[in-house]
Ligand binder design. Sequence first.
Ligand code: CA
Length: 229
Amino acid sequence: MTRILIIEDEKAIRMALEDDFMAEGFQVDSANSGTAGLQKGSEPNYDIILLDIMLPEMDGFEVLKELRKRNVRTPIIMLTAKSLEIDKILGLEFGVDDYVTKPFSPRELQARVKAVLRRVNEKPKISSEKQISFGKIMVDFQKYECFKEGKKITLTTLEFDLLKFLIDKKGNIVDRDQIMNEVWGADVFVAPRTVDTHILNLRKKIEDNPAQPEWIIGVRGRGYKFLSS
Ligand code: CA
């Protein structure tokens, strides 16, 4: 049984999430503050954690930082209400596996949770190459590590999978449908612009000038292409 921890202070949302995930067959636990969430989340009892950002005592960012500092590798999906927070999530040096913007539909959230779990469980989905270098970037797809000029940069697991897929298809154009099917999975609904958003984030991390990418090139009306070096 998949075990989920829901860290959310708003009672109505928390209870709705508890009901939704229980109905889906998850074993559900919850916490209503940052400190309670940190305490529960530090135990190796969960397969995935949903973490709200605006929380009493400790906010979601602090909880995340502390969990990762304690070497908790449980996948985390952040729940965010503000676009300002999204920028902060994208800039995090600590791994977040995905985020969902409030208000979200239970269906969307469940699809995201399942996609993260599927990615985590399918690891390692290693093809021939484990370590790849291009330009100033070195990626180790086995260890899920990425370096730019020797300095570690943090990619989410989704960004690793996305980059891996583009590199596997290097030199070829892949359209958004292919990316969605391969990276998110055919059973998961994501809006096509979600692909664009994650491509943009990935560019911000690996490209020198994200506005004029050298590696992940957009092909108007068709999709994206990783340039072969
Ligand atoms: Ca809240």
